[in-house]
Design a protein around this ligand. Structure first.
Ligand SMILES: Cc1ncc(COP(=O)(O)O)c(C=O)c1O
Length: 397
């Protein structure tokens, strides 16, 4: 059994704060500050450039990839970290398209994170006018997987509502139609059990600053199925994905397997912070995390619905159909969220009217969920959100 009291003690959460936004940016692991400081002072400071070999910096992208892989059902050697998620989406979709040279359509849904759609739109524009990004309603995806679709690109858990797609069923249907799959796990990795290998997924990408707690700007990750990893051709063919980067050949030859999805110099300071976060994940079992997450979200929904009738559930009611977040609709949701934040309950807001609450069992427990509902109830019943200072929109919502 995962010891959640022990994992909670490993985070440096500000006194009096109930943090329900780990689905957006995870909190600071206590060990990260010393770890990063040691890396700066003892490794960068003392080893200088020899740190790439002596401190093992060059192996961090794949080492961290394997540790993330355990949480998402990926075999060792199939995940690598680096770059940002938007870039990894580009890489995965570009490589997936090359596997289907006779098809020109990328299928996605309107619940996808906009950056994924923007990135594919830009990629397709560079490929030529015959290419098409087809965006359908989430519930219509299965019906649109047809034999002209090259790539199915979906985010498994909807960032606004927490609604989950059935990765296994959609991947099977895609394969039956000769379509390659790219899954975005931004709201899945560390939130729900994922079985990339069991689902026979082709490509997956995700970020490490949300549920994995790697810190702001932490690197993304990419998975390529081992059956494809030695065949795919990376569109972002940077020197560190080359078979022999230090041969400095003028021609690009892809490295073996997942190594070819590396692009350029890895962000070692961020990766060091992420490695402190992964130490906590090494103590956790995803089945325990999921069971506790469901308890927390069920409790939160029941209590909020009982005491705040103005809020309308925007997440699936069936816990098996939602990720590890709960969203409520409220016309003045932005102001209500600001009022909550002012009282130490941190969630976030997504336009036009969604209040999001992330439940992260590594450091959130039942008392936190109950206390958050008490504060929310006070705000709603006494209209405490209806104050001018809560209505001024900030740059990041
Ligand atoms: C589902 C999803 N995809 C892509 C992104 C973009 O990630 P990045 O800003 O790291 O490129 C996000 C960011 O939150 C996201 O939630």
């Amino acid at each position: 059994m995962t010891d959640f009291a022990a994992t909670k003690a490993m985070f440096d959460l500000p006194e009096g704060v109930i943090y329900l936004d780990g689905n957006s940016l995870g909190p600071l692991p206590r060990a990260a500050s010393d770890r990063v400081n040691d890396m700066l002072v003892k490794e960068w400071g003392q080893m200088l450039i020899t740190g790439w070999n002596k401190a093992g910096w060059m192996a961090l992208p794949t080492g961290l990839g394997d540790r993330i892989g355990r949480l998402i059902g990926a075999e060792p050697g199939t995940v690598v970290t680096g770059d940002t998620l938007s870039i990894k989406v580009y890489q995965a979709v570009a490589s997936a398209l090359e596997l289907c040279p006779d098809r020109k359509v990328v299928l996605s849904d309107s619940g996808n994170f906009p950056s994924d759609l923007y990135i594919v739109d830009g990629l397709l524009r560079s490929l030529g006018p015959d290419y098409e990004l087809r965006v359908v309603a989430p519930e219509d995806v299965a019906a649109h997987i047809t034999e002209d679709v090259a790539v199915l690109m979906l985010t498994e858990v909807d960032y606004r509502s927490g609604r989950m797609h059935d990765m296994k069923a959609l991947t099977e249907l895609a394969h039956a139609n000769g379509t390659v799959t790219v899954w975005d796990l931004a709201h899945s990795a560390g939130a729900i059990p994922v079985d990339l290998s069991g689902c026979n997924t082709d490509f997956a990408v995700g970020c490490t600053y949300k549920y994995l707690n790697g810190g702001p700007g932490a690197p993304a990750f990419i998975y390529v199925a081992p059956r494809l990893a030695d065949h795919v051709r990376p569109a972002l063919s940077g020197w560190l994905g080359h078979e022999a980067p230090f041969a400095f050949d003028l021609d690009y030859r892809p490295g073996s397997g997942i190594e070819r999805m590396r692009v350029g110099t890895p962000p070692i300071i961020q990766m060091t912070a992420l490695s402190a976060a992964m130490d906590i994940w090494d103590m956790a079992d995803m089945a325990d995390v999921r069971a506790k997450s469901i308890n927390l979200t069920e409790l939160f929904i029941a209590r909020v619905e009982a005491s705040c009738p103005e809020l309308e559930l925007a997440s699936p009611r069936d816990p098996n159909l939602r990720g590890s977040q709960v969203s409520f609709r409220f016309a003045d949701g932005y102001a209500a969220m600001q009022a909550l934040i002012a009282r130490g309950v941190i969630g976030d807001f997504r336009a036009p009217d969604i209040m999001r609450f992330g439940f992260t069992p590594l450091y959130i427990d039942e008392q936190d969920a109950e206390r958050a509902v008490e504060i929310l109830t006070d705000i709603m019943q006494n209209r405490l959100w209806d104050a001018p200072e809560y209505k001024v929109r900030q740059r990041v919502t």
